[in-house]
Design a binder for this molecule. Structure first.
Ligand SMILES: [Zn+2]
Length: 97
């Protein structure tokens, strides 16, 4: 006669095996999908996102406008061109607001 404890143990074991089988199947599917994707990418069937023109643009260059470092008329300290006030004496640096 099989007692209840053994029965529940067997049921739990069966459930665990079932869950393991399902999990392995899902993992295998993910793995297969990834390999398929990388194979297609190698063969050029899928464009890499880095080849997207949106990602191909150069980042904006802060020095592109050619502005030279501003020299303070008050104390002569050199300040970055985007500064409106001198970092040394806080004097206004020019036409920039
Ligand atoms: Zn200054």
């Amino acid at each position: 006669m099989v007692d209840v404890g053994t029965l529940s143990l067997v049921a739990t074991g069966a459930l665990l095996l079932f869950a393991l089988a399902v999990g392995i199947r899902v993992l295998a599917g993910i793995f297969r999908d990834g390999r398929e994707r990388s194979r297609k990418r190698r063969e050029g069937e899928i464009d890499r996102y880095t080849e997207d023109p949106v990602y191909d643009r150069d980042p904006p260059d802060p020095d592109a406008d050619g502005a030279a470092p501003a020299t303070c008329p008050q104390c002569g300290a050199e300040n970055a061109s985007e500064f409106a006030y001198c970092r040394e004496c806080a004097a206004p640096l020019g036409p920039n607001p």
